[in-house]
Design a protein around this ligand. Structure first.
Ligand code: ACM
Length: 535
């Protein structure tokens, strides 16, 4: 019989170690007692999980000071954390896992290694927040409450985007951004690498893209308005780019964290930095500067065979660097005025038998779609690629609301939802704008980000499988560096992580905020400059 004092102490254990996992697991059943990690704990793995065993040891060592033994194969005895692939758990899917914690051992099993990785992320969040410290932290008992978790994601595309063009972000920060995505079980990093205001990826065949295109002479100060007489510039050169070795490092870093990097090479709009580097890519032949202001540029690529060949050369190098299935070609906000004014483009439209400038853009994107498909890759573009006809293999990223995504799904295309209304984390988080850093506009508080459902209610059930998931956008016109990226992305990215992972019936905003209060202690320790809770 359990005596009253024992019961009270059990309750106390639960109180002192709140279960605060984000995203909320699908099934989580608390057990009795707890596991205590000590210097004697062994990390046991099967052969295929050995690398993850070493990764776990590296995650646990700084804060605990324990150089934990990693034992691959052999018998398991004593206090241990076991990791293994278990194909009998196929029902948990490509990314699901089962985590069992008892007083004697922690066991993480999954049908695929991604699931083992996600089991480890849950384990990290079941330990005291101090586990995220970088150096030995005395006086903490490294306990994990007994629990059984069975967990898998709602969507396969759980993305975070980062614009490194409007403001260049250092390589070390890009890795931190990826680390944070992975901690929240996000698996896709959309790297926006080319823009009017800067070209950020080294292309060896065309060195001027970075020699010229990666640098702008000056940047607009304050909010953008269309009235150019109000523009004031800072007079400061800004720029930077990633070498191909930097990119290989980042892609490998992401892969170790089960994050796929989706590079974006914009075309035919948002390309002024490329035109600045190689004016023949443009319609006028005029030399233009790398753009120093925000808003949309009139400069758009000339839809010539040489432009297509140039961009396919660029993509040839991109494919060597990025092994993932998806290549993003932009396609948004391409103003057609230069095409309308150009006799050459008008003749081209006739020659190709196209009806108008929208079909001209569609033709351009189709060249890329066919070229990528022939190389085993998939094109993804912003929803403007629907205009003038969607390329046969295209996946649509729906940003101007969810309508484009709905139309694409009904036409049998895959979709990533990224509507400005709920997933643009460059928008204000508060209605008290005076108390916030200058932002592009909008109002997307944490609760609204949490309320998002990537599957629109009006989308018929037979098309819903085309919704791959969703993505949070961080455009950086008004975001000058890493600390401000963190302020805008967090905690909203944690809300999106739960949107993308947890079954809708189990979502609960009050409960989320309760867990988030504990989770913010982890983000504090990780030096994440999140926006504090509050109106
Ligand atoms: C976009 O925000 N122009 C995709």
């Amino acid at each position: 019989m359990i005596t009253l004092p024992l019961l009270a102490s059990l309750v106390l254990v639960q109180d002192t170690v709140p279960l605060a996992v984000i995203p909320q697991p699908v099934n989580l059943t608390p057990g009795t007692g707890m596991f205590t990690l000590t210097a004697q704990t062994v990390i046991w793995t099967d052969r295929v999980s050995a690398r993850l065993g070493h990764q776990l040891a590296e995650l646990l060592e700084p804060a605990t000071g324990f150089p934990l033994d990693v034992q691959v194969g052999g018998t398991r005895t004593g206090s241990r954390i076991s990791l293994r692939r278990d194909t009998s758990l196929k029902r948990l899917g490509l990314e699901g896992y089962r985590l069992e914690v008892s007083p004697t051992r922690v066991l993480i099993r999954a049908p695929e290694l991604a699931g083992v990785f996600y089991g480890i992320q849950t384990l990290r969040q079941l330990l005291p927040p101090e586990i995220f410290r970088d150096a030995a932290f005395d006086g903490v008992r490294w306990t994990v409450p007994a629990v059984t978790v069975e967990d898998w994601p709602r969507f396969p595309w759980r993305g975070g985007h980062l614009d490194v063009c409007r403001h260049f972000m250092p390589k070390e920060f890009v890795k931190k951004y990826i680390d944070l995505l992975a901690l929240h079980k996000m698996n896709s990093f959309h790297w926006h690498l080319t823009e009017d205001q800067g070209w950020r990826i080294e292309i060896t065949k065309y060195p001027r893209l970075t020699d010229v295109g990666a640098w702008r002479a000056q940047t607009l100060v304050g909010p953008y308005t269309e009235d150019s007489t109000t523009w004031v510039f800072d007079g400061e050169r800004h720029g930077g780019y990633y070498t191909q070795d930097d990119i290989r490092e980042i892609v490998a870093y992401a892969k170790e964290r089960f994050v796929t990097v989706v590079p974006e090479i914009e075309m035919p709009g948002h390309s002024q930095a490329a035109i600045a580097a190689y004016p023949w890519l443009g319609n006028t032949g005029d030399s233009v500067p790398v753009l120093g202001r925000w808003g949309v540029s009139a400069n758009i690529l000339k839809p010539s065979d040489s432009t297509i060949a140039f961009y396919q050369d660029v993509l040839t190098e991109v494919l060597q660097l990025f092994p993932g299935p998806f290549i993003h070609v932009g396609g948004d906000e391409a103003l057609k005025d230069q095409w309308k004014a150009s006799p050459w483009v008008q003749a081209r439209i006739k020659e190709l038998g196209l009806a108008n400038e929208e079909e001209m853009q569609s033709w351009f994107i189709r060249q890329m779609d066919a070229w990528l498909a022939a190389r085993g890759r998939r094109l993804v573009g912003w929803d403007e690629i629907l205009e003038g006809g969607l390329a046969p293999g295209a996946t649509v990223m729906s940003w101007r609301g969810t309508e484009g995504g709905i139309a694409a799904a009904r036409a049998g295309h895959d979709v990533v939802m990224a509507p400005g209304s709920h997933t643009y984390f460059d928008h204000y988080q508060s209605q008290n704008r005076a108390a916030e850093p200058l932002a592009i506009g909008g109002f997307t508080p944490l609760e609204k980000a949490y309320a998002f459902d990537p599957v629109p209610a009006e989308l018929e059930p037979q098309y819903r499988r085309h919704i791959l998931g969703a993505q949070g956008q961080v455009w950086t016109e008004y975001i000058k560096g890493p600390k401000q990226v963190e302020y805008m992305a967090y905690p909203r990215m944690t809300a999106l992580a739960e949107v993308l992972w947890t079954p809708p019936a189990q979502k609960n905003y009050e409960d989320f905020v309760g867990r988030l209060r504990t989770h913010l202690r982890r983000l504090d320790i990780l030096d994440v400059n999140y926006r504090p809770l509050g109106p």
